[in-house]
Design a protein around this ligand. Structure first.
Ligand SMILES: Nc1ncnc2c1ncn2[C@@H]1O[C@H](COP(=O)(O)OP(=O)(O)OP(=O)(O)O)[C@@H](O)[C@H]1O
Ligand SMILES: [Mg+2]
Length: 291
């Protein structure tokens, strides 16, 4: 089943018309142009693209923070333009943003995680149960009574994820949520969402500039200039150097090394993505050469 279905959506930000030097109104470029895609329930999707390619604009459509000017976006079967469904949509799709310090409201971790539930009037026993479960799921139960100020960036982002989880969402969208974290914090957050995806079947959509994170996804969208220029599995996408170059993206290190070895004449099969796969391919190629 498709949890998200987009049919030719376009979006242009409303801006004041500024005159350029010749006195003509400056051209306003759409941030999204005719974008169509499907996300199946339970998928792990990664959106890649250079600065300004439209990734965040697309993300903001996924929980109806923005609605398309043209085309239609269905979220769990609901048209995102249907104002009467807004709170259902927001409950189904939670967003984690970039800055861990901007997302925490409560002065105690468990109060922060409870915030969304209190807003929708969930009974207090149920709140307690769901908050405890969510904190457990992101691995920070022992900080339930701590001040969020005392947590690391990675832990704060996991509190943000717990706040979303408490709402029982079907889908979590992370817009560069690891960008401000050190390598360890990034790993904590990615490992947490990977687990939620695999064990609870929550659909995950991540936006990142880290190619290594993209390798975790089932499916990658590559955005260029407000459009999805290519989509496919990591193995498919990272073989398309032409499109990656147009999109301003680098290959993940392992793919780059595999590519260099292949260029040097070594028999490395396509679609190698991990260090283990590359090691195996190199050993095989060397053995074959020795025979
Ligand atoms: N609030 C806004 N008002 C007007 N234009 C905007 C606004 N936000 C984004 N844009 C424009 O829309 C286009 C797409 O921006 P968007 O933020 O979606 O890109 P992005 O891929 O998320 O980039 P980044 O990697 O820098 O986060 C850009 O041309 C940008 O200048
Ligand atoms: Mg962005």
């Amino acid at each position: 089943m498709n949890i998200i279905k987009s049919e030719k959506i376009s979006y242009t930000y409303p801006t004041y018309q500024e005159d350029n030097d010749e006195g003509k109104a400056a051209e306003i470029k759409p941030a999204l142009r005719d974008v169509s895609f499907d996300v199946e329930a339970g998928q792990f999707i990664c959106i890649l693209g250079r600065n300004g390619s439209g990734k965040s604009t697309l993300a903001r459509h996924l929980n109806a923070l923005l609605v398309p000017n043209e085309g239609t976006l269905w979220i769990d079967g609901m048209d995102s333009k249907d104002a009467s469904k807004l709170w259902d949509i927001r409950g189904n799709v939670g967003m984690v943003f970039q800055n861990p310090d901007n997302q925490i409201i409560g002065s105690v971790v468990d109060e922060d995680v409870a915030f969304g539930l209190e807003n929708i009037g969930v009974p207090s026993e149920e709140i307690q149960r769901r908050v405890a479960q969510s904190l457990e799921n992101v691995g920070i139960a022992k900080y339930a009574k701590s001040s969020p100020n005392k947590l690391s960036g990675g832990q704060k982002q996991r509190v943000a994820v717990a706040g979303i989880l408490a709402m029982n969402p079907k889908c979590i969208v992370l817009d560069e949520s690891t960008a401000m974290l050190d390598p360890r914090g990034r790993e904590e957050v990615m490992e947490t969402v990977r687990k939620l995806n695999k064990e609870q079947g929550i659909t995950v959509i991540t936006i990142t500039h880290y190619m290594d994170e993209a390798l975790m996804a089932d499916h990658i969208f590559v955005m260029i200039d407000g459009q999805i220029a290519m989509q496919g599995t990591p193995g498919e996408v990272f073989e398309r150097e032409d499109i990656l170059e147009r999109a301003g993206l680098r290959l993940p290190q392992i793919c780059q090394l595999a590519h260099e070895l292949r260029k040097a004449g070594m028999d490395i099969p396509k679609g190698v993505l991990t260090a283990d796969e590359l090691k195996e391919a190199v050993v095989k190629a060397v053995q074959k050469n020795a025979d």
